[in-house]
Design a protein around this ligand. Sequence first.
Ligand code: DQA
Length: 147
Amino acid sequence: AQILVINGPNLNLLGTREPHIYGAETLADIAKHLAQLGADLGVDVVHFQHNCEGDLVTRIQQARGQADFIIINAGAYTHTSVAIRDALAGVAIPFVEVHISNVHAREAFRHHSYLSDKAVGVIVGLGTYGYEAALRFCVRELAKKSI
Ligand code: DQA
């Protein structure tokens, strides 16, 4: 099985970007950790990061027939992008939405997500552990399906 992890704008700056909010781990650290965990759990973890909305849409489209689950942190596009919402709905691949910070404890404009009502589930505020929690959940769901 393949699990596609997508990170949106500014998440390439993790580790140096507002570390009091987002922590000290870099995106490379996270990707490496998830690849290792995926190998231990018997799934392929593919990672993609882009700062541009259209490239995220294109990557989601390409996941059709490839990925069994998507884990997505769309960054600020979470709060603005109908296009990413439509892409996820269009490919009909189940997905988990992740936010490192607790968006509900922050500015009001971060409280609304264009993705959440389409997501299987949403993880917020668990720091970078949220990606690991999402991956473990996806593997569990896929195991259920294949029984
Ligand atoms: C974020 C929260 C968003 O509001 C913000 O724009 C980000 C990161 C998070 O992981 O906490 O870029 O998605």
